[in-house]
Design a protein around this ligand. Structure first.
Ligand SMILES: [Zn+2]
Length: 355
């Protein structure tokens, strides 16, 4: 009886992550995704607000008479595209929003959000008609196009310049991993939702902030942090697990199954050394598996939060992820759980942290 209950709960959690991964959230057009977050968080929050950028703020008040403000951030946007040109034959050229690697795009399915949602494929020239030189070359993003299976007139009736496009790939379980598109940062939002709903109480005011436009320069986090003026900012995001063949161990950054990443620095932020130490000691105390992370390239919302007003102490909790910014992004289920456990412990013990 008990084990079947646990199984059911896990399935429900996986279904939530799957829903988050499948819901589109193009930078600047996060409204559909935001409504999923709102629905999931509504029953736990004492207030929910949004700002002009589209950031969503959910509050659970602290028990202290002098609570601090803690901002937890997970970004709602995904790397994606907008339509920039439609040819008279009906082929669609697109502009990228976020850091795509063109090698990962060929022969992939996409969804185009025109006057209705349309399936498409990123086209590939038949191998039979390519030269050895062409096969060895990466096609620049600017030359890639989408085939909708429609005539020029049909395509132009349904699709307009500026319409959003997302990659298409269902989230599945694979061994110990979850794999699919947009785990960056759906898994961070998932952790935020699970913890916000589950923690017992905090002395500090906890704001779960689902941010916009992270992938194009941490834009939502900047305005959210400016208006909220948090005392502490914690970003939740994936980081690069480069523990795969062909990469030297010193460059692995973090390892799959090695636990939650406690970030020391990346190219957008240097985490507050006191917070880093606090997280590390908390993980030790609670027996939560963790690893220290130095990420040479890449950033998180912590970079935006940190630079608001006179500056904010920040740290990022990272979920190790292989094959980032592709449709086969993969995370280890134990690392996701470790991130949930450490964030929850932090919220419940945040008052013990002194600057
Ligand atoms: Zn991210």
């Amino acid at each position: 009886m008990k084990s079947s209950t646990i199984q059911k709960e896990k399935l429900m959690s996986f279904e939530l992550l799957k829903t988050l991964c499948a819901t589109p959230g193009v930078p600047g057009r996060e409204e559909q995704f935001r409504e999923v977050v709102r629905a999931e968080i509504a029953s736990s929050a004492e207030s929910i607000t949004t700002d002009a950028m589209g950031n969503l703020f959910a509050l659970r008040k602290g028990k202290s008479t002098t609570p601090r403000t803690i901002m937890i951030a997970g970004h709602m946007d995904e790397i994606s595209f907008v339509v920039k040109h439609i040819t008279k034959e009906g082929f669609v050229y697109f502009h990228p929003l976020g850091g795509f690697d063109p090698r990962t795009l060929i022969a992939q399915r996409v969804k185009v959000y025109g006057s209705r949602t349309i399936d498409g494929v990123i086209a590939i020239k038949a191998a039979h008609f390519t030269t050895p030189e062409e096969r060895a070359k990466v096609i620049p993003l600017n030359d890639l196009f989408i085939d909708l299976g429609l005539s020029g007139d049909e395509a132009k009736e349904l699709v307009s310049i500026g319409d959003c496009i997302t990659m298409e790939r269902e989230l599945i379980k694979m061994g110990n991993f979850y794999t699919g598109k947009t785990l960056d940062d759906r898994v961070g939002v998932y952790v935020m939702l699970e913890v916000f709903r589950a923690f017992t109480e905090s002395q500090d005011n906890i704001y779960a902030v689902a941010t916009v436009q992270e992938e194009i320069g941490l834009r939502g986090a900047k305005t959210a942090s400016f208006s909220l003026q948090p005392d502490i900012g914690i970003a939740l995001d994936i980081t690069i697990a480069a523990d795969t063949p062909g990469i030297d161990e010193k460059d692995h950054c973090v390892k799959m199954g090695g636990g939650v990443g406690i970030k020391i620095l990346d190219s957008s932020s240097i985490c507050h050394p006191g917070l880093v130490r606090f997280f590390r000691e908390l993980a030790e105390r609670k027996g939560i598996k963790y690893q220290m992370e130095v990420l040479p390239a890449g950033g998180t919302d912590a970079g935006g939060i940190q630079l608001s007003r006179g500056g904010t102490p920040v740290c990022t909790l990272s979920i190790p992820c292989r094959y980032t910014h592709s449709v086969v992004e993969s995370v280890h289920k134990d690392d996701v759980q470790a991130t949930i456990d450490l964030l929850r412990a932090f919220i419940e013990h945040s008052h013990e942290f002194q600057f």
